[in-house]
Design a protein around this ligand. Structure first.
Ligand code: NCD
Length: 305
């Protein structure tokens, strides 16, 4: 039995397989409609979510399975003081697979230690978010046709942005990728990501505070929201929340085939007038997330063709 707590729980070959299956689902959805018949997914969301929870649910329903779960800690026994381990142990008697999101970093590791069914980390605090990375990778694959020889800019809250941490980790296993980290001083990429992932894998990288100076070099621009809920101090959040706003005039200097990604939700980081620009790929990312979650559920349940 396999858990997906971190993107490196999947090998590069397994990610390639998931992409192949997801692309087949896109072409031949009908052939997958009964694959998970009589299987149940539990979606345990101790933290708010729209896309991740609903795309897991939609993924399981489209595979012919069913879904149980809760969408806030307040509506679970967590509100009575139950531990994550006990909640997960109980749910593992009801479901064949569990997707969980929790505000505490490492909560899915505690869950996996007691679960009799596969655990998927759907986001743990400011740490990791491996299934968002699967959505990001399928989008890059469909837009660029490759993972090699690209310059990827990450912009915004690189400290608390868990989707950034997981995607950097995933990209570190391909060759010829250059990273540009664009953030204010207070929201820089964590030191451990730089030393244990980027430098260890000899990835060329640059850190900067200004988006304008690097925008023309980028093949992918990964925008992020400033994660207000992880700040200790409201005044800092208010000061930093609008530090980068992508507008059409800034985009004028970018490559014609730039691919703009954002895990969403967007607050102010991308002007709505960019949504119609062919370089805006963030809503395609949403759709790709569902297909990759379908492929992942099948893989973890041993149901891949
Ligand atoms: C992200 C998350 O939850 O980390 N959202 C998502 O799952 N698509 C990004 C965010 O909340 O800013």
């Amino acid at each position: 039995m396999k858990h997906i707590l971190d993107i490196t729980d999947l090998s590069v070959e397994e990610i390639g397989r998931l992409i192949t299956v997801a692309e087949d689902i896109i072409q031949n959805a009908d052939q997958y409609q009964d694959v998970c018949k009589r299987k149940k997914l539990a979606a345990l969301f101790f933290e708010p979510s729209t896309r991740t929870r609903l795309s897991f649910e939609a993924a399981m329903l489209e595979l012919g399975g069913s879904v149980i779960g809760f969408s806030s800690a307040a509506s679970s026994s967590s509100a009575k003081g139950e531990s994550v381990s006990d909640t997960v142990k109980v749910v593992s008697y009801y479901a064949d697979i569990i997707a969980m999101r929790h505000p505490k970093e490492g909560a899915p590791v505690a869950a996996a230690a007691v679960s009799d069914v596969p655990i998927i980390n759907a986001g743990d605090g400011g740490h990791n978010h491996p299934t968002q990375t699967l959505a990001d990778l399928l989008t890059i694959h469909r837009e660029k046709g490759r993972f090699n020889d690209i310059t990827v800019g990450f912009c915004g809250d690189l400290k608390f942005g868990r989707t950034v941490h997981s995607l950097v980790s995933a990209l570190s296993r391909y060759t010829g990728i250059r990273l540009v980290f664009i953030s204010p001083e207070e929201l820089k990429i964590p030191h451990y990501i730089k030393t244990d992932i980027v430098e260890k894998n000899h990835m060329p990288y640059e850190e900067t505070r200004t988006m304008e100076s690097v925008l023309p070099e980028l093949d992918i621009l990964y925008m992020t929201r400033v994660q207000g809920e992880r700040f200790f101090n409201e005044a800092d959040y208010i000061r930093l929340r609008d530090c980068y706003i992508l507008t059409p005039d800034k985009l004028a200097a970018a490559k014609k085939d730039l691919c703009i990604l954002h895990p969403l939700p967007r607050v102010n980081e991308i002007s709505r007038s960019i949504d119609k620009d062919p370089r805006a790929c963030y809503f395609k990312q949403v759709e790709n997330g569902k297909y990759m979650r379908m492929a992942l559920i099948m893989m973890l349940l041993g149901l891949l063709p």
